[in-house]
Design a protein. Structure first.
Length: 86
């Protein structure tokens, strides 16, 4: 695996981790010192959808900038002899 590809994968992973778990931390923080656990409806109706939306927005931002730049900078591999002959 090339260094550029590894960096791209790591950057994508970071975008998704931040995008998905930030709503979890924000949503669950209100129960931190209460001694209670959120009801199932809160998980289904608020926390999980917020995480999915945030993760999708982060992935969209990543794919629109970093992945496009990655594709522009890639050098085609394979038979380059065909490209150099007139």
């Amino acid at each position: 695996m090339k260094l550029d590809t590894a960096i791209l994968c790591l950057k994508c992973t970071c975008y998704l981790i931040v995008g998905i778990f930030t709503p979890w931390a924000a949503s669950l923080a209100q129960w931190a010192n209460s001694g209670e656990w959120p009801e199932k409806i809160v998980w289904v109706g608020v926390i999980l959808p917020a995480s999915a939306i945030s993760g999708a927005a982060s992935l969209l931002a990543f794919l629109s900038s970093s992945y496009g730049n990655y594709l522009k900078g890639r050098v085609p591999t394979g038979n380059t002899e065909i490209l150099t002959k007139p």
